[in-house]
Design a protein around this ligand. Sequence first.
Ligand SMILES: [Zn+2]
Length: 190
Amino acid sequence: MTMKQFGRTNNGTNDSIKWRLYFISRYSWSFIFNWGVCRVNYYLHMWGSAEQYLCEQLKVKDLHFWFESKISLENTKSKCYKLAENKGLTIVSREVCGSDLTYKTLCEMVYVLPDGREFPYKNDFGYGYSSSSAEYFHMEGNGDCDCNKSLDLQGIGVDIEEYACGNEILIKDFKITKVLGEHFTGDTNE
Ligand SMILES: [Zn+2]
């Protein structure tokens, strides 16, 4: 819906009602989006030598958590750090505040070798990773260097030597998909 669609008519009253409806519908949509669809505002991921122990203690299958409040996140995090410390195990964490945190950022592309061979490659950045950062990584960042692209290909079983830094391996059909996760642990389950 664009402003132009309303245009100017000789019926001023009618136009003003349309404008009001336009702003109300715009505002309600953003309201529903922020408080309905995107109610999960915090994401916490923990890993380290304490991972398995913590999963057993908390009766969860992995250490990805989503919360509606910062306080819930801090409570779970400090509980885990204490449990790990008491066992002499280590834990590292990453937390993100924002929207769309229940979606994984998946990049798909095709690597084209100088000899013309083509190999599809996928990179899952996981939850709470912005599409723009993922795109930057592959298009302009470290991911766009031959040394890394050749290691990516070795990683998926392609028999090639490790390339020197450069741009001989090309990327085509680059695509980003936001993939909704399957299960959510945290205060959103309660
Ligand atoms: Zn390099």
